[in-house]
Write a protein that binds this ligand. Structure first.
Ligand code: SF4
Length: 260
């Protein structure tokens, strides 16, 4: 599919319901944002995979982005980057802990990992090595909305991440205990008056806290994710989104597989 010449070409692909799930007020506004490169076509949850695939063929697809990132890794002094990224360098490889497991890359962009190498991990992992400022984690938690450029992306983040995790947590509340053991995360003291608070570490300086409130007195349960206030500098909003959505998918699949 050739690259779209104007917003109308993109608009024609959309379902025109103006549902706002993408964070834009109308489908036309969304089409304009995609044309300007401010949104990605896949941020409209109403589009099927085939349309997204056709659309992303002509601009850069995910594989192209990954190849580009790997080429950039070849230009990085991995040994020198180790301290900044909170990893260690040995035998020609830079190793970071990803959800408690070793995940390494060498100068040619080859991966070595104790966990399944998912695209939602690889992209943010490489971007983190290339761009993180490596600020120390502050301990001040903020919502996705409060991160820079998070407000406009929040409706989609809520749908793809928080709502998915809440469904899993509602069906299997002990999941949080399993998360602690499976992914080497920390159960922390109650935060924001939540019933359960768990901190995951998808990248060394990018903690993610999951807070879950049980249903009570006719009020339904809720679940929110919180990030360290350094998340914009240490990773960037796009990759924070990717990690949140990826975690949610992973837990949804785990819960299905184990029949929760
Ligand atoms: S999510 Fe899709 S259908 Fe809904 S307003 Fe945005 S572009 Fe339109």
């Amino acid at each position: 599919m050739p690259p779209p010449k104007n917003a109308m070409e993109i608009f024609q692909l959309l379902d025109k319901s103006n549902c706002r799930d993408c964070g834009e007020k109308t489908c036309l506004a969304f089409a304009g944002a995609v044309l300007r490169g401010q949104k990605r076509i896949e941020e409209c949850p109403k589009l099927d995979r085939e349309t997204i695939g056709r659309f992303s063929d002509s601009p850069r697809n995910q594989d192209d982005v990954l190849i580009e990132l790997k080429e950039k890794i070849a230009t990085v002094d991995l040994a020198g980057a180790a301290e900044r990224v909170g990893g260690r360098f040995a035998d020609g490889k830079l190793t970071l802990k990803v959800l408690g497991k070793d995940f390494s890359v060498d100068a040619e962009g080859n991966f070595f990992a104790d966990i399944h190498i998912n695209p939602w991990v690889v992209g943010p992992y490489l971007i983190y090595i290339l761009t993180t400022k490596g600020l120390p984690v502050s301990g001040n938690w903020v919502s996705f909305r409060e991160l820079r450029n998070g407000k406009e992306r929040y409706p989609l983040f809520q749908k793809r991440c928080e709502e998915v995790l809440k469904t899993v947590a509602d069906s299997y509340t002990d999941l949080f205990d399993d998360m602690v053991h499976l992914f080497n995360c920390r159960q922390v003291e109650q935060q924001f008056r939540s019933d359960i608070s768990v901190v995951l570490l998808p990248l060394p300086k990018v903690p993610v806290m999951v807070c879950y409130w049980l249903p009570e007195d006719g009020i339904e349960s809720s679940l929110n994710l919180f990030f360290d206030e350094t998340a914009n500098e240490n990773l960037g909003i796009e990759s924070v989104f990717t990690i949140g959505a990826g975690l949610a998918q992973m837990f949804a699949k785990l819960s299905l597989r184990h029949g929760y």
